[in-house]
Design a protein around this ligand. Structure first.
Ligand SMILES: [Mn+2]
Length: 303
């Protein structure tokens, strides 16, 4: 360990949150998906699950509003085994594993590049028997059919998940977008995806995100897919494709808090690239969001 590393000696990962008593299911099941073959511009996301786990030890089970959530139980099943190749070679196995998460337990999936979301959404649609709505927080809609000459680029991640999961695009809310291929804009308009660009989100006040989602969610549960590049590069430089004009950390956490009261289905957090980061600030931004989500599992009566 060099002098610039966090000293986590004596600390437990995930803020010391424990598995449940034997025989009962955890509130949250964590799996890592160290995939970066979908990062066609710059790799590095495969290193994220290990770094997020290690740095999770410096957190405490207390929300930013000073609420204790040490009763949340977690089970960390480590990283899923991947075969050599892109997500196309792994999508069925990853989806099957996540789909095996017990009912009533929320999957927390640590990518990996954003193609991690494709099998995650397939699994969630299966677990919830189609009663799934999606909040996809990203600078990019990831709705290309083919990007960089492959169907398994991160620029296709949401499109693949919707297709393979047979998920209605009208159940998707995109939040924080600001970079598009024209094919994606056409898909959004034609298929009825709800788009909240970063510029719009920045001007929202009060509970507009919760109102927007609440007006359409019905009896669905909400899965959140967080691409850390939704944040402005000043808050999250350590990612494959930083894009100016993004959300602030404050806005992102406030949007999450608005969703207390919405039934949550799970979370995947992707595109954190530790080799591209500066002083771990991007990993720590992702972990801040993850820990506020964990707090919502009990405090917000999600799940
Ligand atoms: Mn993405």
């Amino acid at each position: 360990m060099n002098e610039h590393e966090f000293n986590t000696t004596g600390l437990s990962i995930w803020a010391g949150l424990k598995p449940p008593a034997s025989g009962s299911n955890p509130d949250v099941r964590i799996v890592g998906v160290p995939m970066e073959r979908g990062s066609l511009y710059r790799p590095g996301a495969a290193k994220a699950p290990a770094v997020l786990r290690r740095l999770s030890a410096i957190f405490a089970p207390v929300s930013e509003q000073a609420e204790l959530f040490d009763s949340v139980t977690i089970q960390d099943d480590g990283d899923l085994p991947l075969v050599d190749g892109d997500m196309g070679a792994n999508v069925d196995a990853v989806a099957n594993d996540i789909a095996a998460t017990p009912a009533g337990t929320l999957p927390l999936v640590l990518g990996g590049d954003h193609t991690t979301a494709s099998p995650t959404l397939v699994a969630q649609q299966r677990r919830l028997n189609g009663r799934l709505s999606i909040l996809y927080i990203d600078a990019h809609p990831d709705l290309n059919d083919i990007s960089r000459h492959t169907r398994w680029s991160n620029g296709c991640a949401l499109r693949r998940g919707l297709e393979l999961g047979d998920i209605d695009p009208r159940k998707v809310t995109l939040l924080g977008c600001r970079d598009y291929d024209w094919e994606e804009v056409e898909y959004i308009r034609k298929m009825g995806v709800t788009l909240v660009p970063a510029a719009t989100a920045h001007r929202w006040t009060g509970s507009q995100l919760a109102d927007e989602i609440g007006s359409r969610i019905g009896s669905d549960a909400l899965h959140i897919s967080l691409d850390i590049d939704s944040l402005d590069p000043s808050y999250a430089p350590g990612t494959g494709v930083p894009s100016a004009g993004g959300l602030t950390s404050r806005e992102l956490l406030d949007f999450l808090r608005q969703l207390r009261g919405v039934r949550l289905a799970g979370l995947d957090v992707d595109e954190v690239a530790p080799p591209l980061d500066a002083g771990y600030v991007t990993s720590l931004a992702a972990l801040k969001f993850i820990f506020e989500f964990l707090g919502m599992v009990k405090l917000g009566k999600a799940g």
